[in-house]
Design a protein around this ligand. Structure first.
Ligand code: MLT
Length: 250
């Protein structure tokens, strides 16, 4: 069974490198192949067509097709969670299980939509570095900021490496995404909801509500982690993921 890891905004597939390294050390005894691609526009390829959240989900299914993978455990962080939910809505037979990390099901409200427009304009005017700086405070938890400033620096560098077209495309895609809340009660695959207990962008109370709305979902709150919990506490993220994966029948 393959584990498909979907990064958030504005990240790249390398966001998952620390979790992948930590997963390899977990005692679960099961070796999960992992796919952690750059979403359309986030890698070095130019953006051929404006993306949407549904479009990112379809791209990922095309990737599974290309690899001959019928079903995957689909794990998304934040924007990656929006995409994971879209993948479930559009291609439920391809989803073995879901992991929704530091994310929400609801659509943007008017204030969030306005912030997306402002940030896209800033990306165009000032470049990716300015966006990375703007995102950093919300992304990293207070514990990592105080004790592991190098993690904030490396996340900032990762975010600053994302091309401006990819950033703007993702902001448009997130702004236009539909409300996924009506899907939740119908999710019929095993689901894990993860959240950093210092997440200020999608706070734990939202994740508790998300888990409560999905039949049988488990919830794990990762102590000392902020919004990008897989970067702040890759060891704890990998342990929660590995325990969840071990519950899935072969
Ligand atoms: C993310 O980390 O992917 C973003 O916080 C998502 C968003 O801006 O809604």
């Amino acid at each position: 069974m393959l584990l498909l890891l979907i990064h958030g905004f504005p990240h790249r597939g390398t966001l998952w490198d620390p979790v992948r390294a930590a997963l390899a050390k977990q005692p679960s005894g099961r070796d999960w192949p992992v796919l952690a691609p750059d979403l359309r526009g986030f890698g070095d390829e130019p953006v051929a067509a404006a993306p949407s959240i549904d479009g990112y989900a379809d791209d990922l299914v095309a990737l599974l097709d290309a690899r001959g993978v019928e079903r995957a455990v689909v794990c998304g962080l934040s924007m990656g969670g929006y995409i994971a939910l879209a993948l479930w809505r559009r291609h439920p037979t391809r989803v073995r299980a879901l992991v929704l990390a530091d994310t929400r099901a609801g659509a943007d409200d008017a204030a969030q939509r306005a912030r997306r427009v402002e940030l896209a304009a800033r990306a165009r005017a000032e470049g990716s570095e300015a966006v990375a700086e703007a995102q950093l405070t919300g992304a990293v938890g207070k514990t990592a900021r105080a004790h592991h400033p190098e993690r904030a620096e490396s996340l900032c560098a990762l975010m600053a490496s994302v091309p401006v077209d990819g950033i703007v495309g993702a902001l448009d895609a997130m702004r236009e995404r539909p409300d996924a809340t009506p899907l939740l009660a119908g999710i019929s695959v095993p689901t894990l909801v993860l959240v950093g207990d210092e997440d200020v962008l999608t706070p734990p109370r939202e994740s508790r509500a998300l888990a409560a709305a999905i039949p049988g979902a488990r919830l794990v709150e990762i102590a000392g982690a902020g919004h990008v919990s897989c970067w702040d506490r890759p060891d704890a993220f990998a342990a929660a993921l590995s325990e969840f994966l071990a519950t899935l029948p072969e």
